[in-house]
Design a protein around this ligand. Structure first.
Ligand code: PLP
Length: 719
């Protein structure tokens, strides 16, 4: 693979700690807390100021701090341990993948996604889909899978959220400074950017490529900000998910068609193609065109493409699937269908669907028709997807529709609190980190002494409270916030009060305002003098989602009520950093989607792993995770026809559980030790059952065994 180069700038660092520079350009640091601490220890104030970004940190850190670290024996010992671990990791030969599926080594599995949520310093994600993609890459690296990923470079990422005093969401777009990031240009042998051509109706556009190293996995990012492009084209990859349909179509052409060409230009020859959601389904068209160009008839080309393609669908409602009007498809693909040896009608028939507003080309249909292996992201979502697409297999019963499921998981190293990890090191045995999905190991959680577990849980809650207060302080210090916004930002949070977290995208189906259906009961819960409760909310609404923004506003107006005693708060600008503090620091993680609309969800899995108890509707992953002892369910395992009745029943169930079970159990403490044995029993049960099951270790091994390996080994020469 010598046809491209990626050159990381070299920092001038004291020799004993010189490798901090190289480490900064591999995201491995982002899931190894001891590696992160190597930077932070040198200058904790600067570490916060640079947004936890090691590259920026090394550019700005004072020489005297570096020199001090280079002469500090304890620092050097920690440094040596981390760098040794890094080197062992990168050079490991006997990975899970190599040991289990030696036949996989060689050409990579290509993974396409519109967003990747790797770390708060790389704002290339909007929410759950992106964080899942990021976790997927990290786990692929951990397991040693041959992997290459393709996404977009978003120079402005997703927006940053500010709320006005009246709770109206404002979107702030900030430019990412590439020179301060771990994102590096991909260059040819003459040190010129590698350019990938993509045809638009009346012009040829070019995209350039960037690179992020994620452990052992390279992630290539497509960027249309190239001088020779039109000004509008240069902005195409500036932000995630434009609402304008035509721009979205252009983006998806670039990701799918441009993505395949990018991998070819780099000399990668994937054996499996995994489309994470339908946004990248045009990649199949480009691969079909390759076969047809090589002389294959279309049907044979399709059989070959299908055999090697995997499609993961994430959407639980028909309207959520990406689709484009056929006139728009004609405009962009009139020159493409001849390359497939198809005429217009044959081309449209690949993915045609009827909507109330006309005939459309559906990306999910295209993905389904060009993939042999298709999965939803939880058991229930698999069922929902089979029903949704049953019409494509008219001669089969719904249960035989070939869409399975692999339930989402989270990357343990990324989401587990460092202190909790230390506790596991002590009690689970030294090998637990390489056997995360081994359930037997986790039985040992039951032996962790209550006092030790409680100490870690308390520490994490204090960290959350401190985090909220520091952000509120910074807002106040900025001078443009009112006092009431500081209260709403969490200055009155109490680290000893039962704390319930709720953070997610503010789409109406997530029903963030379910609590507000019975204000009297809510206020009574919050203000109980002996057993108070506090709530921490966070989340963004899509900038074009007016109803979602109104939900935030309703909630925020309520949060400011003095009758709530500052115990209900809203943390602005939900991102990976806020998420980490919340899923580690609260006591209870609440989730109230309108079933069955939450395809999987993952934030509750992050919480469960850290000993935070889930309190959720039996939707998505929780329907599989809940066992009666490891958290609580809201409502029953049933679907409703009437959403109003569903909301009323779920709100009632929610308050009943809080009043009768959750609050009493939390405060049922032994006056001598401060321990609630019943609570900690559930905490242990949560960790024991959820950590192995809902890890990406389990998830990626399923993808590998059930999808990647069969696809990679399928013989297409016989077709
Ligand atoms: C984990 C995560 C999500 C996804 O959580 P859901 O359970 O799907 O709501 C979204 N955003 C961020 C920042 C996350 O860390």
């Amino acid at each position: 693979m010598s046809n491209y180069q990626i050159n990381a700038p070299v920092f001038s660092l004291p020799k004993p700690i010189a490798e901090l520079g190289e480490l900064a350009y591999n995201l491995w640091w982002s899931w190894n807390p001891e590696a992160l601490r190597l930077y932070r220890r040198i200058d904790p104030v600067l570490w916060e100021r640079v947004g936890h970004n090691p590259v920026r940190f090394l550019q700005q850190v004072a020489r005297k701090n570096l020199n001090a670290a280079a002469q500090d024996g304890a620092y050097l010992e920690a440094y040596r341990q981390v760098l040794t671990a890094f080197s062992v990791y990168i050079n490991a030969d006997m990975t899970w993948s190599r040991l289990t599926f030696p036949q996989l080594s060689g050409n990579p599995i290509a993974y396409f996604s519109t967003e990747f949520g790797l770390h708060e310093a790389l704002p290339m994600y909007a929410g759950g889909l992106g964080v899942l993609s990021g976790d997927h890459l990290k786990e692929a690296s951990d397991l040693g899978l041959p992997f290459v990923a393709v996404g977009f470079l978003y120079r402005q990422g997703y927006f940053r959220q500010r709320l006005t005093e009246d709770g109206w969401q404002e979107a702030i777009n900030e430019n990412l400074n590439l020179a301060e990031s771990a994102i590096l240009p991909v260059l040819d042998e003459n040190r010129q950017p590698i350019l990938v051509p993509v045809e638009m109706p009346d012009r040829l556009m070019h995209a350039r490529l960037w690179h992020i190293q994620v452990g052992r996995v390279p992630l290539f990012l497509i960027d249309t900000d190239v001088e020779s492009n039109t000004p509008a084209d240069r902005e195409l990859t500036t932000r995630l998910y434009y609402s304008d349909l035509e721009r979205r179509l252009q983006q998806e052409i670039i990701l799918g068609i441009g993505g395949v060409r990018a991998l070819r230009a780099l000399g990668h020859n994937p054996v499996v193609w995994h489309m994470n959601e339908g946004h990248s389904a045009f990649s199949s068209l480009e691969r079909l065109a390759e076969y047809v160009r090589a002389g294959e008839p279309f049907d044979q080309a399709l059989a070959k493409v299908r055999a090697k393609t995997i499609f993961t669908t994430h959407t639980a409602v028909p309207a959520g699937h990406d689709m484009f009007p056929v006139w728009m498809m004609e405009k962009y693909f009139a020159n493409f269908w001849p390359k497939l040896g198809l005429d217009r009608d044959q081309f449209m028939a690949l993915a045609s669907a009827q909507q109330s507003w006309g005939e459309v080309f559906s990306m999910s249909l295209l993905a389904i028709r060009t993939s042999e292996r298709i999965n939803g992201v939880s058991e229930l979502h698999g069922e929902v997807s089979r029903k949704m697409f049953a019409h494509l297999w008219p001669d089969r019963p719904v249960s035989k529709v070939p869409i399975g499921h692999i339930t989402n998981g989270v990357h343990t190293g990324t989401w587990l609190a460092r202190r909790m990890g230390n506790l596991f090191d002590e009690h689970l045995g030294v090998t637990w980190r390489s056997r995360i999905d081994d359930r037997a190991i986790w039985d040992k959680v039951l032996d962790i002494p209550d006092a030790e577990l409680l100490e870690v849980r308390r520490h994490l809650k204090r960290q959350l409270v401190g985090f909220a207060r520091e952000r509120a302080r910074a807002m106040w210090n900025n001078g443009n916030a009112r006092a009431i916004q500081i209260v709403a930002g969490g200055v009155m949070l109490d680290p000893y009060v039962l704390t319930i977290g709720f953070a997610r995208r503010f789409a109406t189906y997530k029903r963030a305002a379910l609590l507000l259906r019975d204000v009297k009961r809510l206020v009574r819960l919050i203000n109980d003098p002996a057993r108070p409760v506090q709530f921490v909310f966070a989340g963004k609404a899509h900038p074009a989602d007016e109803p979602g923004k109104r939900v935030i506003q309703d909630l925020y107006r309520f949060v400011k009520e003095s009758s709530l005693s500052g115990r209900m708060v809203f943390l602005e600008d939900y991102d990976i950093d806020v998420a980490r503090h919340l899923v580690q620091g609260v006591d209870v993680w609440m989730n109230t989607p309108r079933r069955p609309l939450e395809a999987s969800g993952t934030s509750g899995e992050k919480a469960g792993l850290n000993g935070v108890l889930n309190f959720s509707v039996l939707d998505g992953w929780w329907r599989e995770g809940y066992n009666g002892e490891n958290g609580w369910a809201i409502g029953s395992d049933a679907d409703y026809d009437d959403p109003e009745a569903q909301d009323a029943a779920d709100a009632e169930a929610l308050f009943d559980a809080l009043e009768q079970e959750i609050v009493p159990l939390y405060y049922d403490v032994d006056s001598r030790t401060g321990i609630s044995t019943g609570w900690l029993r559930r905490v242990k049960e949560s960790i024991r059952t959820l950590a192995p099951m809902f890890s990406t270790a389990r998830m990626l091994k399923e993808y590998t065994t059930d999808m990647y390996v069969p696809a990679a080994l399928s013989d297409t020469t016989k077709n």
